[in-house]
Design a protein around this ligand. Structure first.
Ligand SMILES: C[S@@+](CC[C@H](N)C(=O)[O-])C[C@H]1O[C@@H](n2cnc3c(N)ncnc32)[C@H](O)[C@@H]1O
Length: 228
């Protein structure tokens, strides 16, 4: 692998999970809102796709909330997925795949993702949103718990200062923050307003930002109930 986001995450997979709560200041509200958004579905999900699933932090929470659901995980970093396999066992169908690839076959009641799609450029995000809506049934939901850009550069500077101050207050030392910055080299976040527009343009009839704390946001989109 070259100098890509999956290669960077693959190389540091063993150390990925431990600092998550320090590096995602609103950790519980962020992942909790993402899982709770699945209650917008017309019925409990039976099959959920997690894109850029990594070690399975979001999938594990979906699996706990919906014990009957089958989880399908994709990621470009095999070492991250090995941890997901260990955590989820038979509950998970696992695919090493790029976010630009076609989605796994089989259809899904919901598609979820956390902190992954901002590694694609804006054209890649929009193309992925179109593949996601096509993979969902009427009433299907896409939940993207994401790192977003500010609508103006002054807000990006504010998000970054708040993020570092919050992580350090929670106990991140210089090495841990340097590791976070190393992974953030691959970030290409987009602002909330643009992403909500792209979701509607892709074919979702409804899209909203259900949670936002500085650069951490949960975007939710629903495919129209009446369309096939
Ligand atoms: C910050 S981690 C998030 C992992 C997990 N969703 C979570 O919430 O902990 C980002 C993940 O996206 C994956 N990723 C980034 N760009 C990707 C791409 N183009 N194709 C596939 N996976 C990608 C990385 O390998 C990494 O596992």
């Amino acid at each position: 692998m070259t100098d890509t986001a999956p290669a960077t995450f693959d190389a540091h997979a063993a150390a990925y999970e431990a600092p998550r709560r320090r590096l995602i200041p609103p950790f519980d509200a962020f992942y909790g809102t993402a899982v709770d958004a699945l209650t917008m579905l017309p019925a409990p999900p039976r099959r959920v796709l997690d894109l850029g699933a990594g070690t399975g932090m979001l999938s594990a929470r979906v699996a706990a909330a919906y014990p009957e659901a089958e989880l399908v995980l994709t990621d470009g970093a095999p070492a991250m997925l090995e941890q997901a396999r260990a955590a989820l066992g038979d509950r998970a169908e696992i695919h090493v795949a790029d976010l630009n690839d076609p989605l796994p076959p089989g259809g899904f009641d919901a598609v979820v993702s956390a902190l992954a799609i901002h590694h694609l450029d804006d054209a890649g995000k929009q193309a992925l949103f179109a593949r996601i809506v096509a993979a969902l049934p009427p009433g299907g939901v896409f939940v993207n718990a994401e790192q977003v850009a500010g609508p103006f550069p002054c807000f990006d500077r504010r998000y970054h200062a708040w993020h570092e101050a919050s992580a350090r207050a929670a106990g991140s030392d210089d090495a841990e923050w340097a590791g976070a910055l190393e992974r953030m080299r691959h970030d290409q976040p987009a602002d909330v307003e643009s992403q909500l527009r792209w979701l509607r343009e892709a074919g979702f009839d409804a899209a909203d930002c259900l949670f936002k704390d500085h650069r951490f946001a949960v975007l939710v989109a629903r495919r129209a109930l009446g369309k096939s």
